[in-house]
Design a protein around this ligand. Structure first.
Ligand code: ACM
Length: 531
């Protein structure tokens, strides 16, 4: 085909326009917004935050206002609102729209004004988190951020992270840092695993031996389980109720609910070392020094239930949230099958087998929890022998338990080992620090499908969300917790918040990379394995 000269020019012009347009797109910085908002427009104009910026909020948002002001002071070293001359303002505003999602928010902005609006303080808090993610890293006299228009809301209501503080103990200062990490990624639930075979980590005033005896073990496994090696260094630690209250208050300010876990009837050796009378054999035992599953479990006696009621009442008085996790996983039945007491109890209660006895145990505990108006959560083994009437199921052995529970109209939190166990390796084992096993790289977490296809629309409503679990048999330090949790926590946060149709792993990685200065500045020891 013959192309005339003027036509050639036209094509050339279009070509240059195309190049210029793409250079402009490429030149735009990648903003470290994780999880990515539902609708976002990033304008060319800038808003400057300086001591001449006024931050305003109504009294109901005093906590969020304080949070934003102190964040600016601590991270950028200048105080807002200090000048008589006001240049511009940030307004936090509650809307009277009772139908909207309490965690949803909108940001509208121009160089004179940023308005964050929501129907509830938690939405305002998430708007603030988005704004903070636009801040440059470093200490300046003022900072500039792009004028954005954002309309955002979460996809799931349960966006959680777990931390095992029994196998290894982490100080309050780190728990606060962990909660800050959750808040930054708009996660709203911290599952605090406080008791297990290897240590009881929370003060219970009525039973002081739980911490006097139960919080200390005589040694610890070293290397991998298969090596069967131990040290003989005493290892311990626990949180006082005063410290727990301090953490609860800290978390509340960050719109993070804490779910305490008190393990029963299994994973209870530390409690039984302190009070052996609540086991079936009643024989003295020691706090475990090895990992794994122990056969020594609570006996389903009236004395045990009275003890557990006292313990749970202290826990429920302490933690203001609705949910109490009672474990329920990995309960070997040998002790119960060999116990004359249990055999008699099963006859009396017309229980066919030890699984039904486990179900009887959990139902009794649920009654204790319901008396205080709270809701019980258990690992998916609580399905065995029949589910307690109002239990929420945490599905860890795959998603099957969660599917079964949702089909029975029970609420579910998905936390399958395949995608949500952040104690698994995230890279090739030979180039990673020792871990328990498994292989859960960042991309796999990002591809997690929270709601299985097999559920219909009604059943899907019972899937509250998901949670990443950090079990700490092989995680001795808080730096290593950070390494295992991050960036997988960020990937899960986006899976839970953002619409699945908008997810794009390459785009997520680019945003994560642009977040590296922030992570370094916060001294978060994130893994670079997938970056
Ligand atoms: C579990 O990992 N045993 C819940």
């Amino acid at each position: 085909m013959q192309i005339h000269k003027h036509q050639k020019m036209k094509y050339l012009n279009i070509f240059f326009l195309f190049v210029i347009f793409n250079l402009k797109v490429l030149a735009q910085p990648v903003y470290p917004l994780i999880p990515f908002p539902e609708e976002v427009t990033i304008g060319d104009k800038l808003f400057r935050i300086s001591p001449q910026t006024n931050i305003l909020a109504e009294p109901k948002l005093e906590q969020e206002l304080k949070y934003l002001k102190s964040y600016i002071l601590e991270n950028h070293l200048f105080v807002v609102n200090t000048s008589a001359k006001i240049n511009n303002r940030i307004v936090l505003r509650l809307k009277t729209d009772s139908n909207s999602n309490p965690e949803a928010y909108q940001i509208t902005s121009n160089p004179r004004e940023i308005i964050i609006e929501a129907s509830h303080p938690s939405g305002i808090f998430y708007g603030i988190q988005t704004l903070i993610q636009l801040f440059p890293t470093g200490k300046f006299g003022s900072i500039k951020i792009p004028c954005v228009q954002i309309n955002d809301k979460p996809n799931y209501t349960w966006r959680g992270m777990h931390l095992d503080c029994s196998r290894h103990f982490f100080p309050i200062s780190f728990i606060k840092k962990y909660i800050d990490m959750l808040a930054y990624y708009k996660m709203n639930s911290f599952h605090w695993h406080l008791t297990d075979d290897q240590g009881w980590r929370i003060e219970i005033k009525k039973y002081p031996k739980l911490t006097e005896i139960g919080s200390v073990r005589k040694g610890t496994m070293i290397g991998h389980y298969r090596d069967q090696k131990y040290d003989s260094i005493a290892y311990g630690g626990f949180y006082t109720q005063k410290e727990i209250k301090e953490v609860i208050e800290y978390a509340q300010k960050r719109h993070v609910n804490i779910v305490p876990e008190i393990e029963m009837p299994g994973h209870a050796v530390a409690a039984l070392a302190a009070y052996p009378e609540y086991s079936c054999s009643q024989k003295p035992c020691e706090v475990s020094i090895k990992w794994g599953v122990e056969t020594n479990v609570f006996c389903p006696s009236e004395e045990t239930f009275a003890f557990l009621e006292d313990v749970l009442n202290e826990i429920m008085d302490l933690f203001p949230g609705k949910y109490i996790h009672i474990g329920g996983d990995e309960v070997p039945k040998e002790e119960w099958n060999n116990s004359a007491f249990c055999q008699q109890l099963m006859k009396e209660q017309k229980l066919k087998n030890a699984e039904e006895l486990q179900s009887y145990f959990i139902r009794r505990v649920e009654k204790i929890i319901q008396k205080k108006g709270k809701t019980m959560i258990g690992w998916d083994e609580i399905l065995e022998g029949g589910l307690a009437p109002n239990a929420v199921v945490m599905s860890w052995r795959g998603t099957e338990g969660g599917i079964a529970a949702a089909k029975m109209n029970h609420y579910v939190i998905m936390t399958p080992g395949s995608h949500c166990y952040f104690d698994h390796y995230q890279g090739k084992p030979e180039s990673e620090p020792l871990a328990i096993g498994g292989y859960t790289p960042l991309e796999k977490v990002y591809q997690f499908k929270v709601c299985p296809d097999t559920l219909n629309e009604t059943e899907s409503k019972f899937i509250l969300g998901a949670q990443g679990n950090v079990w700490t048999e092989y995680i001795k330090t808080s730096e290593q917790v950070e390494y295992m949790a991050m960036p997988r926590m960020a990937a899960l946060a986006e899976v839970l918040w953002s619409q699945s149709s908008k997810r794009d792993y390459a785009n997520f990685l680019a945003r994560l990379k642009s977040q590296e200065p922030y992570l370094k500045n916060k001294k978060i020891n994130y893994s670079k394995t997938s970056l």
